[in-house]
Design a binder for this molecule. Sequence first.
Ligand code: BES
Ligand code: MN
Ligand code: MN
Length: 464
Amino acid sequence: MDNAALQQYIEQQQTRYIEELKEFLRISSISTSPQHANDVYQCAEWLAHAAKAVGLENVQIFPTEGHPVVYGDYIHAGDNAPTVLFYGHYDVQPTDPLNLWTNPPFEPTVRDGKIYARGAVDDKGQVFMQLKALEIHTKVIRELPVNVKVLIEGEEEIGSVHLEKFLREKLHMLAADTVLISDTAMFADEVPSICYGLRGLCYMEIEVTGPNRDLHSGVFGGAVANPANALAKILAALTDSYGRITIPGFYDDVIPLTDEEREQYRSLPHNEEEYCRELEIPATDGEFGYSTLEKTSARPSLDVNGLWGGYTGEGAKTVLPSKAYAKVSMRLVPNQNPQDIAHKFEKYVVQIAPPTVRVRVRALHGGRPVITPTRSKGIQAAMRAMEQAFGKKPFLTREGGSIPIVLLFQDILNAPVVLMGVGLNTENPHSPDEHFTLKNLYRGILASALFYKELASIWHSDKY
Ligand code: BES
Ligand code: MN
Ligand code: MN
């Protein structure tokens, strides 16, 4: 089948695609919340069923100490053909604040050519897209020119805590020449890109304790250290007026941008004014001397994700709280190591905390930063496939988000990773009204189907 015929087939399937994707999106597979553990399991079962339906074989749900992993394969292209491992995640982020959703997060709705639901773009919609691409090969073309393995986990949004063990235990089952992932964004709508770098993550929690109970702020205020005030000082001291992170040794392992990379960044279409307007911010912020694109993908950052303690209800309550908390995440770049950064963070926070309070620091989860080899055949095949499906040559970009397992695929399976995502950063992943643009879903199905064809055709050529 030529591309026009494939495109026509995909067009004819749109209604069915939307109905199937809605089923997937209705399952509230929120991995972080114990009340949803059963929904996460149901989602794995739905996926296993869907994997069988598209023709995958050896489909299995593997239990882990956390949420299960779904596996399936289709290995009929022979020993000479490359083996691709597709990885994605079926778990989703929590949905709060619920009142900001136009429609409930697990009641998928199509509006203006977009499908709205938690997980629509991150990552159920993109996992679905890959399954439909495989379906085209197994059921329509009736030939898949590469061997394919599919691994879809339920713990990506909580740091892929049990996946490393699974990888090490199932090395043989998962062995592959290339790993394909669709869990990133394109540079912008109508601006296709392949992502070759992701930031890592180090996520910490700080607990500051003052007096042994909440106190009347009039009776004790002034003499007893307030943990919320102390926490504010600690957080303020984590960055300086140049937007640099002050934790000693924080930048030790950061690989600086080369002139060539900075030149490449400058060549990407970015409009600072439009960026600020869309976000309704007066100006951008951050590390002095770097551009917005550099700051959000190739330089580390530190953000308070949540801050609480004392009275946060309506109106006023005069109280000097006993405790205050903050959740702080740091995005890391090669070659920073999350454990090392967690250690440096803890040491520094304890050191700068006022002696009048007690402070406890905990590391929640982490993920290592990664750069993927852009000269790999996988990336070359993805570039060709994206160009045909989106009608434009894709840019090569780095992104600021994290997918914790990517580096381990490269280290443990020794297989280069291809990040071929078709989401948009403006589609509200992790936020209310998350959505996925349907035209990108359809083109993404085409691009993914073509990826396998392109990879098979260049696999034995010396040109790449
Ligand atoms: N799909 C995202 C990662 C991502 C986002 C890549 C945007 C590129 C652009 C993934 O599901 C995610 O959200 N990862 C978490 C990491 C995790 C350890 C919680 C993240 O980046 O916050
Ligand atoms: Mn994701
Ligand atoms: Mn996510």
